[in-house]
Design a protein around this ligand. Structure first.
Ligand SMILES: [Zn+2]
Length: 54
């Protein structure tokens, strides 16, 4: 497992989600404002890319 760190696009909070090692995309909900996001791993920066899930 690895930790996916991502930044909420709605409130700017930093979130973390535990995902499988080979996983490059996941869904998570912001701990602060509860907005659902699709998060995708990018080579750089380390932080995953997040977009609001509609
Ligand atoms: Zn948020």
């Amino acid at each position: 497992m690895k930790t996916a760190e991502w930044l909420c696009t709605a409130c700017g909070a930093t979130n973390r989600k535990l995902v499988a090692d080979q996983q490059t995309q996941a869904e998570d909900r912001c701990v602060t404002c509860h907005t659902r996001h699709v998060i995708q791993q990018v080579p750089r920066p380390v932080r995953w890319h997040a977009t609001v899930k509609r």
